[in-house]
Design a protein around this ligand. Structure first.
Ligand code: SF4
Length: 404
């Protein structure tokens, strides 16, 4: 049986790291307080990083730390100490986009085997010769640009003899992965230093004055659909892609858990059966419809993306389900104690998302406070008790359909 790719999930904070790992991520990627491209994500303090690495390793998952901001000289001052810290914590790899940073990692890590260097997608590596050059610089894995197809990725992997990682799910960027300054100039936020305001998703007005019949049409003409590669899982596996990556460090617990579980289930299914049935692919696709997303597309995974990948109807994401809470404690035959993430009320039907089983309905006919007082509506951040479900485990997600 052919090996399957690693599932690499986003960890926007410590709790999301735990959720992603428990739902089946083989590896997670995260940012420290500096040097990564998601300044709006919660990002990890030193203590959280320590706990996150310990938790991931104890559960068999690897941790990659993102150092892919575009560096100016002053940014290098604190980098040596941070690299030494990552080494001390036994972080498995760093994701880097700058040659100077690669040099610093090589200089300050304990030895070659201590921290691997992965090339960030920000570098837009799209061909064999470029991959060979990065390999000579000490890179062990290329996170390929989103403009590369699965076929091209296979060629790069074999001819450059290097690991390749590809995005399989999540938001897209309208530029060559982040190499864009619209946000800098229109919002004063630097896309390549963690501040992208997603300006490409805004509504713009085009003046078609050179055309007779179309004038001042408003449109979201730079807003990309989201990537969804579930129907191409077999190609990812059979072309030997080493790692499939889920975008979204700033997205919810629901997203981190559900998307990771879907791709993990699909890979486990392939390991057991050696192929996919179309009804299984449809079932997983339906699950992926439940997380917040724009319309989906396969972008460049098979053919070069065209205008069909533009999400030009409205700016907002489609959100049918939200996470109602996260299980904090299971008291068998009595109740589940959950930390509330969004409002819900007694009488609603909730869904438990177990780590290894199918989704389970929970008829939430009562909700009580921690002190056993019945309540009519929950408040985010509080702890509440809801009816017991035998499939529940600590850190399971409980979600609710909107507009019940
Ligand atoms: S504004 Fe859009 S195109 Fe520019 S970096 Fe951000 S996501 Fe990419």
């Amino acid at each position: 049986m052919r090996g399957v790719p690693e599932i690499l999930a986003p960890a926007g904070n410590l709790e999301k790291l735990k959720v992603a790992v428990l739902y089946g991520a083989d590896a997670v990627y995260l940012g420290g307080q500096k040097f990564s491209l998601r300044s709006a994500a919660d990002n990890f303090t030193e203590n959280e990083l320590r706990e996150g690495v310990q938790f991931a390793h104890a559960n068999g998952a690897l941790v990659y730390v993102v150092l892919n901001a575009f560096f100016h000289d002053k940014d290098f001052l604190e980098l040596p100490r941070f690299i030494e810290l990552l080494d001390e914590l036994r972080v498995d790899a760093v994701i880097v986009s700058d040659l100077g940073v690669i040099e610093m990692v090589k200089k300050y890590r304990i030895d070659k085997s201590s921290i691997d260097i992965h090339l960030s997608t920000q570098t837009s590596c799209l061909n064999v010769e470029s991959a060979k050059l990065w390999k000579r610089q000490g890179v062990t894995r290329i996170v390929l640009g989103r403009e590369v197809s699965i076929e091209e990725a296979k060629k790069i992997k074999h001819q450059a003899e290097i690991e390749v990682e590809m995005f399989i799910h999540g938001s897209m960027c309208m530029s060559y992965s982040g190499n864009c300054v619209i946000s800098n100039y229109t919002q004063g936020r630097d896309s390549n230093r963690g501040g992208c305001a997603h300006s490409c998703r805004f509504e713009y007005e085009m003046n078609f004055s050179n055309f007779n019949n179309i004038k001042n049409r408003k449109n979201f003409f730079m807003s990309s659909k989201d990537l969804n590669g579930i129907r191409l899982m077999k190609q990812f596996i059979e072309n030997g892609i080493n790692s499939i990556k889920v975008e979204g460090r700033m997205k919810s617990h629901h997203y981190a858990g559900t998307v990771t579980k879907v791709y993990k289930d699909a890979l486990d299914y392939y390991k057991k059966n050696g192929d996919f049935l179309s009804e299984d692919l449809k079932r997983w696709d339906l699950e992926l419809q439940k997380v917040s997303h724009r319309e989906y597309s396969e972008a460049n995974l098979v053919e070069v993306a065209g205008s069909e990948t533009i999400y030009n109807e409205r700016e907002n994401e489609i959100t049918d389900y939200v996470v109602a809470g996260v299980v904090v404690e299971v008291v068998p035959d009595k109740f589940l104690l959950i930390e509330v993430k969004s409002h819900f009320s007694p009488g609603e039907v909730l869904e438990l998302v177990p780590f290894d089983e199918e989704t389970q309905s929970i008829e939430c006919y009562w909700v009580k406070t921690f002190d056993n007082i019945l309540i009519e509506k929950t408040n985010p951040g509080t702890l509440v008790k809801i009816p017991y479900n035998p499939f529940a485990k600590e850190l399971n997600l409980i979600r609710r359909k909107l507009n019940q």
